[in-house]
Ligand binder design. Structure first.
Ligand code: ADP
Ligand code: MG
Length: 638
């Protein structure tokens, strides 16, 4: 607040028609030594108003009884004409009530004729000026605070102790979707969802009782949407409640996403570790079951039991594969692939899967481009989606499988993080089934999440889909509403290369035996003798080694040719890859077959097998080993 300095004179406009009174005032002011006054006098109100419209004065000294105006009316008109000047009213002896009324209407002070005395007059004038300046400073400061309130990033709510809104800033209107006028009709509880109103009431009591707190709370918007906000509420010194509220919906969403990703990673790591060991165990089960089977005479009772063992191992193996797939640790063997070919290739199987009540329709765009992916894995994706669609239509319905080229634009990518814009091929599976609510939709890609009864769902289908699609550099989106069916859309990056033909059906009639010499490097004590035995039964000669160093020593000591190295990739003391590289120096003609069940190794980069390598996925059956070994030995040299 500024104060009038004694040095600068105070300019006074005296509006007084009585020359005697005017002279008296002039004289009185002249006697004051501590403050100089510049006095100017007019006799009529209209003159005063004209004078004030030119330039301002510090203070107006106004007689209420003038030739052109009388009583309170005089003051009202003067104030309208000079809204910025402090006005001190002079009244007659008999009319102090009138003077008081003028003060109530905004006059700074009043003087009563006949009782005016020098120092009093000077003080009244000086105070009038200072009070007016104070008021202006206060107004400016209020405007300043209002500006801050209107521009601050937080939504600000001021409420009475019962929670009724008294004031809000524009951000509060934006946040809630209500206009200011609407908000001033509401209470704090009205911005809570119905089920949280009790909590709201308690909170109001808490804050009103001076127990200030920062809390996270749901905020119900006018349009029914619910945000998560952080609310910092406290009681103001005058008892009103102040709440500064910030929208943290997006932050919460990201936190949740991160938590989810961490959970997936932990589960994935665990699954990968388990699956790795499991693959060796399962290979042994497959192998010994087959060996035993052959020892038993045709028609032996125990052969059926062995079949059951093999089926159980098959199921365990498909479960391990899913575990690896959703944790993106499956070894993908990518090729340039036409999704149209792929869909048509397994169409018959899909029809069998969905049964008679569901109608399958294909909408394959003839111009749909190619993608680089593992055909077997994409088939798995399609089958998982189709099986889910079937389960969602227990009484029948329609199933649509589509392909199309899509360009994902910058805008699309922005709205669908973490999509990278570019050219994609879309594979969509739509059904007319039960659909899902938002809560289910939010969790479907979690491993082991299922809404199906025990024994029917494993909850691995969609997490596998997600893992495979992610590992293939693609994206998956779901569109669904309860009762309105579901569409899954998968986007895989388009490649500008001709598609390779899908693997032809296995020619099982060919002979799978041989007499070549095979160097077998496998560290697993259970698998090594098994693989050796299987290969020897097929007629091969096998040199076995439990690690890379031993294998190299054997190769050195061996005089004749070695036709094939069968190497486990992950071995202590040197990978199969390293072994093959070293062996290639001395024996460039030796072919190599890698065996592994895991992406975390030397032949796989970002989950993709290096092109040009021969690879057998663990767990394998004796038949698969026999086929693969023959394939590699018979392949033309490149
Ligand atoms: P599962 O099929 O073993 O339950 P999934 O991971 O394949 O596991 O699917 C998880 C859940 O997602 C299902 O239990 C189901 O609630 C929901 N879901 C998946 N696909 C659909 C669909 N097409 N329509 C309705 N709900 C679906
Ligand atoms: Mg499923």
């Amino acid at each position: 607040m500024t104060t009038a300095t004694a040095a600068s004179p105070i300019t006074v406009l005296l509006v007084e028609d009585n020359p005697g009174d005017a002279r008296l005032i002039l004289e009185l002011l002249g006697e004051v030594q501590t403050q100089a006054f510049d006095l100017e006098r007019v006799e009529r109100l209209d003159h005063a108003l004209t004078r004030l419209s030119r330039t301002g004065v510090d203070v107006v000294l106004l007689d209420l009884g003038l030739p052109d105006s009388q009583g309170l009316e005089t003051f009202m008109r003067a104030r309208r004409g000079a809204p910025d000047e402090p006005i001190v009213v002079i009244s007659g002896l008999d009319d102090e009530r009138l003077a008081l009324e003028a003060v109530r209407s905004g006059a700074q002070d009043y003087l009563v004729k006949g009782r005016i005395e020098g120092h009093l007059l000077a003080r009244v004038l000086r105070y009038a000026v200072e009070r007016k300046r104070g008021e202006e400073a206060l107004r400016a400061s209020e405007a300043h605070h209002r500006t801050i309130l209107e521009n601050i990033g937080d939504a600000v709510f001021i409420a009475d102790p019962q929670g009724r809104y008294l004031d809000v800033n524009p951000r509060a209107c934006e946040l809630t979707g209500y206009s200011r006028d609407e908000l001033l009709q509401l209470t704090v509880s009205d911005t809570y969802p119905a089920q949280d109103r009790d909590a709201a009431a308690l909170r109001i009591v808490d804050v009103a009782g001076g127990r200030a707190a920062v809390t996270e709370r749901p905020l119900l918007r006018k349009d029914g949407a619910i945000l998560v906000v952080e609310s910092n509420a406290r009681r103001l010194p005058d008892g009103r409640l102040l709440g500064a509220v910030r929208d943290i919906t997006e932050r919460k969403r990201l936190e949740e996403q991160l938590r989810q990703a961490q959970k997936m990673e932990a589960v994935g790591r665990l699954a990968g570790g388990v699956a790795h060991d499991f693959n060796n165990v399962l290979t042994a089960i497959f192998g010994y079951a087959d060996l035993l089977n052959e020892e038993l005479p045709e028609g032996h009772q125990a052969r059926q039991d062995l079949d059951e063992i093999r089926k159980a191992a098959q199921r365990a193996s498909s479960l391990t594969r899913q575990l690896l797939a959703f944790s993106r640790q499956q070894v993908l063997q990518p090729m340039v692939l036409s999704l149209n070919d792929l869909v048509e290739d397994i169409q018959n199987m899909l029809v069998r899967l969905i049964g008679e009540d569901v109608q399958l329709r294909l909408g394959l765009s003839p111009s749909a481009g190619n993608v680089r992916a593992d055909a077997g894995q994409i088939q798995q994706v399609l089958m998982n989606l189709v099986v889910n669609a079937r389960d969602a239509m227990p009484t029948g319905g329609k199933l649509l499988v589509e392909t199309a080229n899509t360009e994902l634009t910058e805008q699309y990518a922005e709205a669908h993080q973490p999509v990278a814009p570019g050219a994609y091929v879309m594979l969509a599976v739509s059904d007319t089934g039960s659909g899902m609510d938002a809560e289910t939709k939010a969790r479907i890609f979690e491993p082991f999440f299922t809404t199906k009864e025990k024994g029917r769902g494993t909850g691995l289908g969609l997490s596998t889909v997600y893992g495979i699609v992610k590992q293939s550099g693609g994206y998956v989106w779901v569109y669904s509403e309860p009762g309105r069916g579901t569409t899954f859309k998968i986007y895989l990056p388009r490649v500008d290369e001709p598609a390779e033909p899908l693997a032809p059906p296995q020619r099982e009639a060919r002979t799978l035996t041989g007499t070549e010499i095979i160097l077998l490097a496998e560290d697993d004590e259970m698998l090594r003798p098994l693989s050796k035995g299987l290969l020897e039964r097929l007629g091969y000669r096998v040199l076995e080694a439990e690690n890379a160093i031993r294998a190299l020593a054997l190769a050195d000591a061996h005089a004749g040719p070695i036709h094939l190295l069968v190497a486990d990739v992950v071995m202590p003391g040197g990978s199969g890859r390293e072994l093959a590289r070293r062996l290639a120096h001395s024996r460039p003609d030796t072919r190599v077959l890698y065996v592994s069940g895991y992406t975390d190794d030397a032949i796989v980069h970002h989950g993709m097998l290096e092109p040009g390598l021969n690879f057998l996925q663990k767990p394998f059956t004796p038949a698969a080993l026999a086929r693969k070994v023959r394939d590699v030995l018979d392949a033309p040299l490149t």
